[in-house]
Design a binder for this molecule. Structure first.
Ligand code: LRH
Ligand code: MN
Ligand code: MN
Length: 429
């Protein structure tokens, strides 16, 4: 039996206000899709099977480099975070996994597993952290971690990743995500080739400890915290890493880790075409690694990413990239942001499923540019909300995510037992 944090009667009462309208909206959209030769139920079933992992660090109030304003009822530890993730999962019915970050979430792995399974949650990729120093560790990562010039520092970073694999084995993760902040701040500070060689050597040791059924994801990021050069700075370097390491190594694409206007959907296509697309950190951005809510700035781009994913999926039934959110929330309730983001990612998936791939291909082959572009526009402009809402409703989730969450008064309730955490205690970059 799965425990529910939000009283199911609250969800039922909220849904009761909306279910007749939802049925009408769903049927009417179904009719219109029928005319396009699309079965709405088939789309809904795919949407219902879609899952996206919630990052444990996302349910806390992040803050910026300048300040952190604590929110009421913030999680005190990873066990509170798991409860917040359970709320998101219960209402969205789309996020039944959590992605942990070590050492932020360090706790007895058996307890972690128990805490999550109580709510029917599992664990997605586990994230290592060698971009910040950990209390009690001898070496500092000030000048790098897996790629550091100092061998003892590299060794400590390797051991941290091995520990993450061990924790992951107990809690049921099947992948390790490695993002490093290594790079340089001044021309001449490092030798690019030697630094990358160190990184590859370290990663080969980590790779050799991966269980057979695990994957390792490496995450590229153009800059920050290193501002002149970054070791894993783009998808090209990321691809080289995945190739060097072997079959269990894949690239992870965090949408915020590219220069503005970069054609991310094309990067997605390239990596998928050559079998090295492992997964995503979804978020949105206007300028850099802003970690804004997925779909909040450029929903069309999110759709175009899913257009590529569905294209691959339609040819390769085994294609299963990991979907994770990676956001930081400064001015919103993180639970609300994460619920809406999960639903926006799902929305892009549903819209991409509406693209008539055969007709699109035919238009492309005939160089009928506008017909091809129109296929994407028509799919993107379709309001698929009734599909998402019906999928949630049928699975016991909330038709209206925000209204139901607010009606539950969850935040006010936990605020009574979770004191406000002092400023500056965020573990978020
Ligand atoms: C780095 C990053 C990476 C980290 C997370 C906290 O910017 O995207 O995924 O693990 O943020
Ligand atoms: Mn990320
Ligand atoms: Mn990031």
């Amino acid at each position: 039996m799965t425990d529910h944090i939000i009283d199911p009667s609250v969800v039922e009462a909220e849904n009761a206000k909306l279910s007749t309208d939802l049925r009408n909206d769903y049927d009417s959209l179904g009719e219109r899709l029928d005319r396009r030769g699309i079965s709405i139920d088939a789309i809904k079933n795919k949407v219902a099977a879609f899952n996206i992992a919630v990052p444990s660090w996302g349910v806390g109030t992040g803050g910026t480099r300048f300040a952190r304003f604590p929110g009421k009822g913030e999680p005190r530890d990873i066990f509170d975070k798991i409860e917040d993730c359970a709320v998101i999962s219960q209402l969205t019915q789309a996020t039944n996994t959590v992605s942990l970050h070590i050492p932020w979430d360090r706790a007895d792995p058996n307890r972690l597993k128990q805490a999550a399974s109580r709510f029917g949650l599992g664990f997605d990729a586990i994230n290592s952290n060698t971009f910040a120093d950990e209390k009690g560790k001898l070496q500092s990562y000030k000048y790098g971690s897996l790629s550091a010039a100092d061998a003892a520092t590299r060794q400590q970073a390797i051991e941290h990743n091995l520990e993450c694999i061990d924790i992951g084995k107990t809690i049921g993760s099947k992948a390790l995500t490695v993002w490093i902040g290594d790079g340089s701040n001044f021309p001449g500070q490092v030798n690019f080739a030697r630094q990358f060689e160190h990184y590859l050597d370290s990663m080969k040791t980590v790779y050799s400890a991966l269980p057979d059924d695990w994957r390792i994801f490496t995450e590229h990021k153009m800059y920050e915290p290193a501002f002149y050069s970054t070791v894993v700075q783009d998808w090209g370097t990321n691809y080289l890493i995945a190739k060097e390491l072997g079959d269990k190594a894949y690239c992870l694409v965090d949408l915020g880790h590219h220069a503005p206007n970069v054609n991310i959907e094309m990067i997605v296509s390239r990596l998928a075409q050559f079998g090295k697309l492992g997964g995503f950190h979804f978020n949105d951005s206007k300028y850099g690694d802003d970690d804004l809510d997925a779909g909040s700035i450029d929903p069309f781009r999110l759709f175009l990413v899913f257009n590529e994913l569905v294209d691959v999926e339609s040819r390769d039934a085994d294609f299963r990239p990991a979907h994770m959110l990676d956001q930081s929330h400064n001015v919103t309730d993180p639970i609300e942001s994460l619920m809406l983001s999960a639903s926006d990612v799902q929305r892009s998936y549903a819209q991409a499923l509406l693209v008539n791939r055969n007709e699109l291909s035919a238009a492309q082959d005939a160089n009928d540019v506008l017909t091809a572009a129109q296929h994407l526009r028509v799919a993107y402009r379709t309001d698929v909300e009734p599909i998402l809402a019906m999928s949630r409703f049928e699975k016991g989730g909330a038709i209206d995510l925000l209204a139901t969450y607010r009606a539950s008064a969850y935040r006010a309730q936990v605020a009574q037992i979770r004191p406000e955490v002092a400023v500056g205690s965020s573990g978020i970059v």
